[in-house]
Design a binder for this molecule. Structure first.
Ligand code: NDP
Length: 312
């Protein structure tokens, strides 16, 4: 079986940055792009907050640039999807959806997280046309406009608060009669005059001719008091949680209760020697391209040190 010195799973900013650093360090990295080449960013449009692009950059273009940069330093890209790993003993083995199998001395897990959506057909229809799962990425495009955020947790409250600094009005659509967020976040939202919380409300559809122009809502769904209404909005933000893509590693790698991989202190080290995690799969808090890129750099440096310390 082929043995790879530095195997990287994932092709977001974390995976690509790990590949750039590992390539430059002479580790001959092999990167498997996974389900969504380019990662979550490819679902957004323009990136304005990545340092180095004063005029902003198209998200897909930036990911292609990162891929080119990694290839320039010798990273090899492959497109299969990892479906199983065995981290029982070194070298570790990874099995892919095309039936292939490789072994590796170091593994960098940069498989990201997937934002949860409600599952409405309209979310797909208006993806990139008013539907977003990242207020920090796309909020800027809604200056002085009206937006809605779905969710009642800390992320939803944080995003609603962030958006209230840009938009003229923010609806927070919460399915329960209460918020799940921390007390401090709740207070911030409830005392913000720009935010209107719609409790016990579900979104059942979106409408608009070219982009989102409004949402169809149901209040107290399934009860005798059920009512339907429409709100006019320009942007619809999902903040109902993320699912870290860590499932196949869980038999060996420690995660928190949601599934985020736990790393050691400020390093990218997991509890398994030679296995490192970078980007959103290990980050429940920041989830930014720049923080993911930074952690990819750390993972490659940790892998390089591990290989040299173990004479591999
Ligand atoms: P959470 O799981 O905490 O909250 C998800 C919210 O979305 C809940 O209000 C939930 O409703 C709602 N929701 C889920 N599915 C649906 C659906 N299908 N339709 C409508 N609403 C839905 O996720 P978060 O991303 O908010 O937070 C994840 C973790 O990260 C938490 O532990 C949080 O505390 C932490 N965090 C901390 C921050 C901080 O400290 N600054 C900032 C951001 C996150 P319901 O309540 O009914 O289940």
């Amino acid at each position: 079986m082929e043995t790879i010195r530095c195997l990287i799973l994932g092709s977001g900013p974390a995976g690509y940055t790990a590949a750039i650093y590992a390539g430059r360090a002479g580790l001959a990295p092999v990167l498997y792009e996974g389900l969504q080449p380019g990662g979550q960013l490819t679902t957004t449009t323009e990136i304005e907050n990545f340092p180095g692009y004063p005029d902003g950059i198209d998200a897909n273009e930036m990911m292609e640039d990162l891929a080119h940069q990694a290839k320039r330093f010798g990273a090899e890209f492959r497109s299969s999807i990892a479906i199983k790993v065995n981290l029982e003993q070194m070298p570790y083995t990874v099995t892919f959806d095309d039936g292939s199998e490789v072994s590796c001395h170091t593994l960098i897990i940069a498989t990201g997280a997937t934002a949860k959506y409600l599952g409405l057909a309209d979310e797909e229809k208006y993806r990139g046309l008013g539907v977003s799962a990242c207020a920090t990425c796309d909020g800027f495009f809604y200056r002085k406009k009206t937006v809605a955020v779905v969710g009642g947790g800390d992320t939803a409250c944080e995003e609603a608060t962030y958006l209230s600094g840009l938009a003229s009005k923010v609806y927070l659509i919460v399915r329960k009669p209460y918020l799940r967020a921390s007390k401090a976040m709740q207070d911030r939202v409830l005392s913000n005059p720009k935010i209107e919380v719609l409790f016990e409300t579900n979104t059942v559809g979106l409408f608009g001719s070219e982009g989102v122009e409004g949402a169809h809502l149901v209040h107290k769904k399934g009860t005798a008091e059920e009512t339907v209404s429409d709100i006019a909005i320009d942007g619809f933000f999902l903040a109902i949680g993320h699912k870290p893509n860590s499932e196949i590693f869980k038999p060996w790698v420690h995660t928190d209760e949601i599934g985020y991989i736990i790393t050691e202190g400020a390093t990218s080290k997991t509890n398994v020697p030679g296995v490192f995690a970078a980007g959103d799969v290990a980050d429940p808090h920041y989830r930014q391209a720049i923080t993911a890129a930074g952690s990819g750099c750390k993972a490659a440096m940790d892998a390089e040190r591990y290989l040299s310390e173990n004479g591999l």
